[in-house]
Ligand binder design. Structure first.
Ligand SMILES: [Zn+2]
Ligand SMILES: [Zn+2]
Length: 285
């Protein structure tokens, strides 16, 4: 009689971390419910918390797809989508690249493509919904720093020495500056890329200011899926904050974009948001 060394079917390969199937944020340990999804800004599926893993997502055929959005700016998506389904951005500069709003998934081909494009000098999420598997991306790209807004550090579910905190304004690479208008989360951030849009400037806005489908306006919300608005004062504060930057184009954390005149679009959008929140248009309801 031989000895069957095959693992029994109820055994699983030990996982180094888990991924919430709803938000795709990495967790060092499984919890009863993902704290990010339990929060009023997100949601837990009706059938309860679901955890997944990189091997499980890979076995389901998930792949990272990289597309050029404009010169030196690439969008990364997981197909089929993972979690919230964001489009990560890779901004290239001669001094190194920024990986922004990292996906909640990675694979060898996706990592190889990012390395071909110059890798990443920094990994930064605009806010905790976009943490994805940021530590895993860092490991795959050589242990590069993962910057997390000091105000939102409590949402990190997979602590790691690669994580560093930041606040205020930080020019992380020549011509790429991070700042925190807040709003959606206290540390909700934007990245200003001066060389983007043929030198007219780009704002990577996550959903700190969310580019709308009309491509001419943005929204300011505490929760997008649960439709919780921010106040008039906060919308105006966010618009005033980003008016420090010169930019013509604004990208959100999906495939949404305000392709031109975005700086003015932000100011118009904040004024409209404030007017509706104040009740100026109640006669239309
Ligand atoms: Zn979650
Ligand atoms: Zn969000």
């Amino acid at each position: 009689m031989g000895v069957d060394f095959c693992p029994a079917s109820d055994q699983t390969v030990p996982m180094s971390f888990w991924i919430c199937a709803t938000c795709a944020v990495e967790h060092a340990e499984k919890t009863d419910v993902c704290a990010i999804c339990e929060d009023e800004r997100q949601w837990v599926p009706a059938h309860g918390q679901v955890w997944t893993s990189l091997p499980e997502l890979a076995a389901a055929g998930t792949a990272v797809v990289v597309t050029e959005l404009e010169p030196d700016l690439y969008g990364l998506t997981a197909r089929p989508p993972v979690g919230i389904g964001q489009q990560a951005k890779l901004v290239r500069t001669s001094a190194g690249n920024l990986l922004w709003d990292p996906l909640g998934y990675l694979d060898d081909d996706g990592v190889a493509r990012v390395r071909e494009l110059g890798g990443a000098a920094y990994i930064v999420a605009s806010h905790p919904h976009m943490f994805g598997v940021q530590v895993e991306w860092s490991r795959a790209l050589g242990g590069v720093p993962v910057l997390v807004a000091e105000a939102d550090l409590g949402w990190v579910a997979r602590p790691d020495p690669v994580i560093q905190t930041w606040s205020d304004d930080v020019e992380i690479l020549p011509g790429i500056t991070l700042s925190q208008p807040g709003g959606h989360f206290p540390g909700s951030a934007v990245a200003h890329w001066a060389a983007g849009a043929e030198g007219r400037g780009v704002l990577l806005a996550g959903d700190t200011l969310h580019a709308n489908p009309d491509r001419t306006s943005v929204s300011f919300m505490r929760s997008y899926p649960n439709r919780i608005p921010l106040s008039a004062a906060v919308a105006e504060r966010i618009a005033a904050h980003v008016s420090r930057w010169s930019f013509d184009r604004l990208y959100n954390n999906f495939d949404g974009v305000v392709p031109a005149d975005a700086r003015a679009a932000v100011q118009r959008s904040a004024a409209r948001h404030a007017a509706w929140a104040r009740g100026d248009f109640d006669h239309l309801t």
